[in-house]
Design a protein around this ligand. Sequence first.
Ligand code: PHB
Length: 395
Amino acid sequence: MRATRTLPLAITVTLALTACGGSALSGGGGDGGSGDDSKVKIALLVPQSGVYAPLGKDMEAGFRLYLDQNDNKLGGKDVELTVVDEGAGPEDGVPAGTKLAQDESVDAVVGIVNSAVALGLTDSFTEAKKPLIITNAGANDITGKSSSPYVWRTSFANGEVGEAIGGHVAKEVGDGKVYLVGPDYAAGDEFLAGFKKSFVAAGGQIAGTQMTPFGKTTNFQPYLQKARNAKPKAVFAFYAGAEAVTFVKQYDQLGLREDIPFYATGFLTEGGALTAQGKSAEGIFTSLHYSSELDNPTNATFVKEYTAANEVPPTVYSMQTYDAGAVLDKALTKGTGGDQIVEGLKATGEVDSPRGPWSFSDKQGPDQTYYLRKVEKKGDAWTNVIEDELTKPSS
Ligand code: PHB
């Protein structure tokens, strides 16, 4: 059933993929369930502008693959899919998401890259009793103190991704110090704090921390110079999308790659970012819960079919949003009302995912394995080779 096509994903589009050709669907997130239970309307809220636009494209392609593989049905219901731009940050993403929370024709919302956008939307979804499946944004509070019965996450919590690799880096650097760097917003802070937690607990010392203006920094050289001056034994960073490309290239151009081992969260070297970085990313070690290199049968099929449809291999962003398709497929068998979908989500059980099997924790985020990955060239392509499993984060 899979259609192999490339869509003009960079523009905001609203596509009706159902046989009903985009007619208004009754429904809504409220208690009562939808009027027409044979159809469901899903809105995908992903960035189509700003430094995270490439991530939004991967997410949309992941969700579309799930629909294509499943006859455009979730829970046996025909899907009408609307794609809405999350924009460059909360100033765009929060109003766009609030509108979707309040739109009675939308049964559930999927997506969101940016932690600040997710944090700004949980109350609206809770008030509207509408399910929100976050397929990237890792803000810790979403599955912590701001948790809501209506907000679920198929991705990760920021702190976990940093925490998973801290103990390993402490062992590698011995009595040397590590310099931390990342963008100055919720996610940057939380990735670095998660790293610091396990790194310091394992005896590691911090050489310094630098937060860079988010979404505006194109010249990282002053910050990299500060990092070099601190004489660290290694650097640990979080960057993603366009910022990841610029940071890694400038790290290499300044000659730091030869001198200072580079560790990061895996977003730094995912997909199109890694292709653009090329050799400048060689040897970077990262932590993540996915690589297209993972060796399991579900991932083999996923990588094959995604690559056939999109001409590039999937990323963590594609996988997390593909999994939202799988999760909703089960949940929507209970009905399309907000509370019915939530009941369905509670009964998800084990998800047979390209990342390996996982299930929702009682905090409504994935209980999953994190891996140590290393950038290597395989044939003509740069890739994230799996080196090891990392220690399970405690948070
Ligand atoms: C976030 O803002 O939570 C975020 C953004 C990009 C990533 C990961 C996390 O790659």
